[in-house]
Design a protein around this ligand. Structure first.
Ligand code: COA
Length: 260
């Protein structure tokens, strides 16, 4: 499928989605949100794709935020609707059944940081800058930033970033755990690809169930989370891939996982 604001490709089990509005620093308009939902849905249904890498076109930006030109007419009701549209996208990425790696290749501001936060793993280039500058515009983060940032980096750092609106360099983002790893800009996509290739060797259902157990467990007490883990673990034991994985280990060969 071709898109107006995205580039997509696939290979070696990896689906690539590049947000492609470089003249607007890949700012996300409503049309791009809808295209992202479609691109993710297409890759979800494509058995050849076992992990997705999300990045931005050009050298300057991952996503410089939601498209501010679409904010101007918002009132209370339209604002909540606008927020829910973005939240639906970030929620669907967060609960996506295939691992999603954000390759943050420059500015990730506002909605850009929020989309990266929803991805399962974040790699950043050394020149990346992340932040939630919404208060400078008189609004708050609306695509999940007030909730996910605090959960990822802790309440104190999230308060500091959101209340000041200050952008942080990739190095600081790495130190506070906002990104998993920082690499030179020229190595970002190859690092993301190498990680994705490592991941896609693993059993697809075990990947999906790991994401489910981590995401849903975080909303629960430890005891309830452990019970969830035991149930999901049981489901993995009923898969063909578990039989294949254990058999391949004993036979000293590589497993041939089918996602069943
Ligand atoms: N929405 C809409 N357009 C955006 C945008 C956004 N979030 N971020 C950048 N752009 C556009 C600019 O308007 C400009 O378009 P133009 O050439 O038609 O005027 C183009 O992208 C390039 O941006 P520019 O500001 O000229 O680049 P810069 O290098 O001087 O500054 C930033 C880069 C990221 C610091 C600056 O663009 C910025 O502050 N953007 C807004 C960030 C923000 O507040 N995001 C959160 C929104 S909730």
């Amino acid at each position: 499928m071709t898109f107006k604001n995205l580039l997509t490709k696939k290979g070696d089990g990896i689906g690539w989605i590049t947000i492609n509005r470089p003249d607007k620093l890949n700012a996300i308009n409503v049309e791009t949100i809808e295209e992202l939902k479609t691109a993710f849905r297409d890759f979800e249904q494509d058995a050849e794709v076992r992990a997705v890498i999300l990045t931005g076109a050009g050298e300057k930006a991952f996503v410089a935020g939601a498209d501010i030109s679409e904010f101007v007419h918002l009132d209370a009701e339209l604002g909540s609707h606008f927020s829910r549209q973005g939240q639906a996208l970030t929620r669907s990425i967060e609960n996506y059944p295939k691992p999603v790696i954000a390759a943050v290749n420059g500015y990730a501001l506002g909605g850009g940081t929020e989309i990266a936060l929803a991805c399962h793993i974040r790699l950043a280039s050394e020149n990346a800058k992340l932040g939630q500058p919404e208060v400078k515009l008189g609004i708050i983060p609306g695509y999940g930033g007030t909730q996910r940032l605090a959960r990822l980096v802790g309440k104190g750092k999230a308060m500091e970033m959101i209340l000041s609106g200050r952008l942080i360099e990739a190095r600081e983002a790495g130190e506070v755990g906002l990104v998993n790893r920082v690499v030179p800009a020229t190595e970002l996509l190859s690092a993301a690809e190498a990680l994705a290739k490592e991941i896609v060797k693993n059993a697809p259902l075990a990947l999906a169930y790991s994401i489910e157990a981590i995401n849903h467990g975080l909303d629960k007490t430890l005891d309830d989370g452990l019970e969830l883990e035991a149930q999901v673990f049981g489901r993995t034991c009923a898969t063909e891939d578990f039989k294949e994985g254990a058999k391949a280990f004993l036979e000293k060969r590589k497993p041939d996982f089918r996602g069943r």
